[in-house]
Design a protein around this ligand. Structure first.
Ligand code: ATP
Ligand code: MG
Ligand code: FE
Length: 339
């Protein structure tokens, strides 16, 4: 079975072809970063228009790269939510129209299920069940994953997501959009231990996150510090350490609580090297099997949507009912594939 996947939930246009025999055959990505950078954040209307411009050429490119003629595609998967409504509708209309024209099923994929399954594109792929740490621009969640569509949210952010905290703190430090990778780069030049930033919600029980206070702590530290060379790099380092330590502690707690011995990390913040290293140490100490997607599949991409769509079609899902897109969509509402 060969599936074309389309991702347009935010500011990346991603298209990919996944084949059950040959694996990932092609993936193409267009990032809109330059279009939004002047505004310091994603402008929804610009995002929708840019998806319209780029989607068709990227589909052509992915089909060509995979050597697929239209008749060789057995299903079309598109991101149906959550995300920016206008941006989602571009991918949904395009995907459903292609499927209709090719007379194959169309399947609407939950964006976070896409992120969550991305590590399964790597080998060795993790088996179910596992604990998933989903840390992206809009979500921070710990999920017990019992199987495809069998998700139990154990904890989530009560305010800012981890990626959002990176982006907002980067802005405070005067870094260009998108802030997360820029902050991580600046932190490489910093010395740890200058600022005593909080590890939010780690002292009380529970698996929820809260990152907005951490961003405020950076704002105060910035206000109260004398300018000196290396100040912002040190601050970036201590901020990054605070996020990484908090995420690591909550993962360890969730593993203990659930008795799971496999941890899967996904979402844009999963590209953070210090997080990957620190979770690696924790996993070794706790004899936990740890899985990440490759760096380029941590952030938004079409490959994860093609793969999630394939999993659903192969599981017997024949066609997503007449939904087009949903701006909000709790992951817990998903069910295993249904014909
Ligand atoms: P969601 O998936 O929740 O809808 P999104 O699609 O915008 O949100 P992703 O594409 O998964 O999120 O990830 C983007 C986020 O990851 C941004 O907040 C970005 O700053 C962050 N990010 C990317 N690379 C890094 C890094 N190396 N270190 C820290 N944060 C990073
Ligand atoms: Mg993005
Ligand atoms: Fe995402």
């Amino acid at each position: 079975m060969r599936v074309l996947g389309i991702e347009t939930s935010c500011d990346e246009t991603g298209v990919a072809v996944y084949d059950s025999e040959q694996g990932l055959m092609a993936h193409a990505l267009h990032s809109q970063v330059d279009a939004h950078a002047v505004y310091g954040g994603v402008v929804p209307e610009i995002a929708s228009r840019d998806h319209i411009r780029k989607l068709s050429p990227l589909v052509d490119q992915a089909l060509a790269e995979s050597g697929s003629a239209a008749g060789q595609i057995d299903g079309v998967a598109y991101t149906a939510g959550p995300g920016l409504m206008g941006a989602l509708l571009v991918g949904a209309s395009f995907g459903r129209s292609l499927a209709w024209a090719w007379d194959v099923p169309a399947v609407g994929v939950h964006h976070m299920e896409g992120h969550l399954l991305a590590p399964l594109l790597e080998s060795p792929a993790p088996d179910f069940p596992f604990l998933a740490l989903l840390v992206s621009g809009g979500h921070s969640m710990l999920v017990a994953v019992h199987g495809l569509g069998r998700y139990q949210t154990l904890g989530q952010s009560i305010d800012d997501a981890a990626g959002e905290a990176f982006d907002k703190t980067a802005k405070l430090l005067g870094l260009p959009y998108p802030g997360g990778p820029a902050l991580a780069k600046l932190a490489e030049d910093g010395d740890p231990g200058h600022f005593n930033f909080p590890r939010p919600l780690t002292r009380r029980p529970g698996l929820d996150f809260s990152f907005s206070g951490l961003k405020t702590a950076v704002a105060y530290a910035l206000r109260d510090s004398e300018e000196r060379p290396g100040l912002k790099a040190d601050m970036a380092r201590d901020f990054e350490d605070a996020v990484v330590e908090t995420l690591t502690l909550k993962c360890r707690r969730a593993l203990k609580q659930t008795g799971l011995d496999r941890l899967v990390v996904a979402g844009g913040v999963g590209a953070n090297q210090r997080l990957r290293d620190r979770l690696g140490e924790m996993a070794r100490e706790q004899s936990v099997d740890l899985h990440f997607p490759r760096l380029e599949f941590c952030t938004d991409n079409g490959a994860m949507i093609a793969f999630a769509g394939y999993c659903r079609l192969q599981g017997g899902e024949s066609l997503t009912p007449e939904i087009s897109a949903r701006a909000r969509w709790p992951l817990d509402e998903l069910l295993p594939p249904a014909a």
